[in-house]
Write a protein of this length. Structure first.
Length: 145
């Protein structure tokens, strides 16, 4: 396995765990609230699709060939960074969610998640084919030795 692929996969695991724990904290806050929102089916499906991206990227980082892997990381990282930034920093300004008691914790996790996905984008963007060829050559030489 190549080093950059392992690092990207590990970063996706880290991001995913942060996404999930932030959602668990939000659920704890909603359970004790009499004004807990009842999410429509489309919102639940959207949330499921959104969480499937980092889950799928854990495998994609290790299984996709170089060009597809690089592109998938840049696109997935960009999508999650934009959506996370919008939901955490823009939307609360329009609907008053910044007054919600769980909001500071959400901002904490969102900041970590955003930094992580930006690092993923940067690593994928700067990942060159030369590094890939060198790693493949090292794997071939170590397999024959």
């Amino acid at each position: 396995m190549h080093v950059i692929e392992e690092r990207l996969s590990l970063l996706w695991i880290f991001a995913l765990l942060n996404y999930l724990y932030a959602d668990v904290l939000a659920l704890f806050a909603f359970v004790g609230s009499s004004t807990a929102p009842h999410l429509p089916q489309w919102a639940l499906l959207g949330s499921a699709v959104l969480m499937e991206i980092p889950i799928a990227m854990i495998l994609a980082c290790r299984l996709l060939p170089f060009k597809a892997n690089r592109l998938a990381n840049i696109i997935s990282g960009g999508v999650l960074t934009l959506i996370n930034g919008f939901l955490t920093f823009i939307l609360p300004l329009t609907n008053g969610a910044f007054r919600d008691p769980i909001y500071p914790a959400y901002v904490w996790f969102a900041t970590i998640e955003t930094v992580c996905t930006v690092v993923i984008i940067w690593k994928a963007w700067t990942w060159s084919g030369i590094e890939m060829r060198i790693a493949t050559l090292k794997d071939t030489l170590s397999a024959t030795a």
